[in-house]
Design a protein around this ligand. Structure first.
Ligand SMILES: CC(C)(COP(=O)(O)OP(=O)(O)OC[C@H]1O[C@@H](n2cnc3c(N)ncnc32)[C@H](O)[C@@H]1OP(=O)(O)O)[C@@H](O)C(=O)NCCC(=O)NCCS
Length: 511
C-alpha cells in the first residue's frame, strides 16, 4: 500500500517501510545523517506475546550501545578522516599547526574558530597566563592526599575543588541561564571560566606533581610560555633565574597541541553529557578528567610504558604478540575507533621524540617499542583489523623527559582541557535547508546552542523483570548464582582483627 508514497520522496531522504504496519515513512537526510527521533513516529500495536516494557506503541527506538554510529552534536571544531589518517582543527591540518603554531594559539583557534591576530592573541594569552595562581588554601587541599595518590585522582578532584572557589560561575547558585544567554555578560562570564581553567590546569597538575615529591609549591612565573611555566612550576627549587630547557619546552608544547582536541572522544562526550545538566564548567571538566583517566583513553600512554616494561626486551616481543592474539594481553598504543590506516599524530610524535632523545638520550624501552611496532605492522591479525600505532607512544618521550609513569595521563588531560572547553562553549548553527523548506535539526551543541541546552538523556532497552509484587523477607525464595548475589570478599588487616575481636553487641566471628 505505502509503495506509492515512494514517488513523493525528496531526493535526499530515506524511505522506510514498517513491515509491521505497512506504513511508509520518509525521513530527511541532512549532512548524511537521519534524525533518530523520526523513528519515534513508527508505532505499532503490541504483539500478544510482547513485553509491555518494549513500549512498542510509543514508537521505535534506535539502539547503539557504545555510540558506534550515532552523531550527538553538529560541530565545527575538529574533523578526523579515519581512512586517510588525517586530522583538521577548524580546517587546518594538524601537521601544519604542529609545525607553525603553539598550544595556546591552537587553543584560541579551537575555542573561537579562527587563528588570532597579534592583539587578539596577546589578550587571550595574557588572560590565560594571568590565571595561573591558585588560592593559598589550595595547598591544604593538595596536602590532604596520600603520598602515593595517583596524580589523575588528584587532578580530577582538583578541578571540582577549583569550582568551589567560583560560586559566581555556578548555575545552581546564580541562575540556570548564566552561560546560555549569549549576551555580552554571559559570554564574558563563560570566557572567564575558560581562561581560568586553561590557566590553572598547569598549576593544578604541577601541584599534583610536587605534592608527591614532598616539595613546596611555587608561584607560577611570569614571562614564560604555557609549557615553560608548567615545567618551571614542576621543577624549580631554589635556583636563581631558572629557565626550563627550550627544546623540552617546545616538545611539550607540540605534544600539548596534538592532544588539545580530538572531536567526540570519550572524555569530550563526558564533558558535554555532564555539562548538559547545566552544572558548572569545573564539575564538567572534572568529569571529563575522570573519563580520560581510563586505560582505553588517556590512560593508554601510561599503559603503553607498563606494557613495554613487562615485555622487557625485543626478544620477548613475538611471545607478547601471540598473547595479544589469544586475547590474553592488550597491545596498548595500537588501534583507534576512527583511524583505520594511521594516526597522523603518531608521525609528529616520532619527530618530536627524535628531538627530545637528542638531548635526553634514548629511552631504554625504545628498541622494544620499535620491535613491537615492526612485528605488529606485519602481522596478519593487526593488518586484518586495521590496527596501527596511535598517539600514545608519546609515553616514551615523557619517560625520556623524566616524568613518572603515572603522570603521563595528566600530560594528556592538561592540554585536553582546551578541547573540552571548545566543545562546552560551541555555538550552534541550526539553519538547514531541506528541499525548499527550512528544517530544524535536532542536534545539540552546548552553552551557546540556539534555544538553550537540551539535557543529554539517552534511552535504554529494558529487558529486566516485568511488574511484580513485593514479597516480605520471610516468604522469599533465594535467588543465587554468580553475578546475581553480592560477592564474598576477603578481609584483611584491621577488618580481619576486628572481625575476630569481641565487643559489646558482638561475639567473636569465624573468618
Ligand atoms: C582504542 C580502542 C579502544 C578502540 O576500540 P574499538 O574502536 O571499539 O575497536 P574494537 O574493539 O572494535 O576493535 C576491533 C578489533 O580489533 C581488536 N583490537 C582493537 N584494538 C586492539 C589492540 N590494541 N590490541 C589487540 N587487538 C585489538 C579487537 O579485539 C577487535 O577484534 P575482533 O574483531 O576480533 O573482536 C582499541 O583499539 C584499544 O583498546 N586500543 C588499545 C588502547 C589504546 O591504545 N587506547 C588509546 C586510543 S588513542
Amino acid at each position: 500500500m505505502g509503495r506509492t508514497l515512494v514517488t513523493e520522496r525528496l531526493n535526499n531522504s530515506l524511505t522506510v517501510l514498517d513491515n509491521r504496519t505497512g506504513k511508509v515513512f520518509t525521513i530527511p537526510i541532512v549532512d548524511n545523517s537521519i534524525p533518530a527521533t523520526a523513528f519515534k513516529a513508527m508505532t505499532a500495536s503490541m504483539a500478544s506475546e510482547e513485553r509491555a516494557e518494549n513500549e512498542t506503541e510509543k514508537g521505535l527506538r534506535v539502539a547503539d550501545g557504545g555510540f558506534l554510529n550515532t552523531a550527538v552534536i553538529r560541530s565545527q571544531i575538529t574533523f578526523i578522516d579515519g581512512e586517510a589518517g588525517s586530522e583538521y582543527n577548524r580546517g587546518y591540518p594538524i601537521e601544519q599547526l604542529a609545525l607553525h603554531s603553539t598550544h595556546l594559539e591552537t587553543a584560541y583557534l579551537l575555542i573561537y574558530g579562527a587563528l588570532p591576530t597579534v592583539p587578539q592573541f596577546e589578550i587571550f594569552s595574557k588572560e590565560v597566563m594571568h590565571h595561573g595562581v591558585t588560592h593559598a588554601d589550595a595547598e591544604l587541599f593538595f596536602r590532604s592526599f596520600r603520598y602515593d595518590a595517583h596524580p589523575m585522582a588528584i587532578l580530577t578532584s582538583a578541578f571540582a575543588y577549583l569550582g568551589s572557589y567560583c560560586s559566581e560561575a555556578n548555575p545552581s547558585l546564580q541562575g540556570q541561564n548564566i552561560f546560555t544567554k549569549g549576551d555580552e555578560a554571559s559570554l564574558a562570564r563563560m570566557d572567564k571560566q575558560i581562561y581560568r581553567l586553561i590557566g590553572k590546569a598547569t598549576t593544578l597538575a604541577a601541584m599534583a606533581y610536587r605534592v608527591r615529591q614532598g616539595r613546596e609549591f611555587v608561584t607560577p612565573p611570569t614571562n614564560l610560555s604555557y609549557t615553560g611555566s608548567f615545567l618551571y612550576q614542576m621543577d624549580h627549587m631554589s635556583e636563581e633565574n631558572y629557565v626550563p630547557n627550550p627544546i623540552l619546552e617546545k616538545a611539550l608544547d607540540v605534544l600539548f597541541l596534538l592532544h588539545a582536541d580530538h572531536e567526540l572522544n570519550a572524555s569530550a562526550t563526558t564533558v558535554l553529557q555532564t555539562g548538559s545538566s547545566l552544572v558548572d564548567p569545573y564539575s564538567a571538566i572534572a568529569a571529563g578528567c575522570a573519563s580520560l583517566y581510563g586505560p582505553l583513553h588517556g590512560g593508554a600512554n601510561e599503559a603503553v610504558i607498563r606494557m613495554l616494561i613487562t615485555i622487557g626486551k625485543p626478544e620477548n616481543v613475538p611471545a607478547f604478540i601471540e598473547a595479544v592474539k589469544k586475547r590474553e594481553k592488550v597491545l596498548s598504543g595500537f588501534g583507534h575507533r576512527v583511524y583505520k590506516t594511521s594516526d597522523p599524530r603518531s608521525f609528529i610524535v616520532r619527530k618530536t621524540a627524535d628531538e627530545v632523545f637528542n638531548i635526553t638520550g634514548k629511552d631504554e624501552l625504545l628498541e622494544t617499542a620499535m620491535a613491537l611496532h615492526e612485528a605488529a605492522m606485519k602481522d596478519k591479525y593487526f593488518i586484518e583489523r586495521r590496527l596501527a600505532p596511535n598517539v600514545d607512544f608519546c609515553g616514551l618521550i615523557y619517560r625520556a623527559m623524566g616524568f613518572p609513569l603515572d603522570f603521563f595521563p595528566v600530560l594528556f588531560a592538561v592540554p585536553r582541557v582546551v578541547g573540552w572547553l571548545a566543545h562546552w562553549r560551541q555555538a550552534s548553527i541550526i539553519e538547514q535547508l531541506y528541499g525548499n523548506k527550512s528544517l530544524i535539526v535536532t542536534f545539540f551543541q552546548m552553552m551557546l546552542q540556539e534555544g538553550g541546552v537540551k539535557i543529554w538523556r539517552p534511552r535504554q532497552i529494558y529487558i529486566g523483570a516485568g511488574k511484580r509484587e513485593y514479597v516480605p523477607i520471610g516468604g522469599r525464595v533465594a535467588v543465587e548464582g554468580p553475578k546475581v548475589t553480592p560477592s564474598v570478599v576477603v578481609h584483611s588487616g584491621i577488618t580481619k582483627r576486628t572481625n575476630l575481636a569481641t565487643f559489646k553487641g558482638k561475639a567473636a566471628a569465624k573468618l
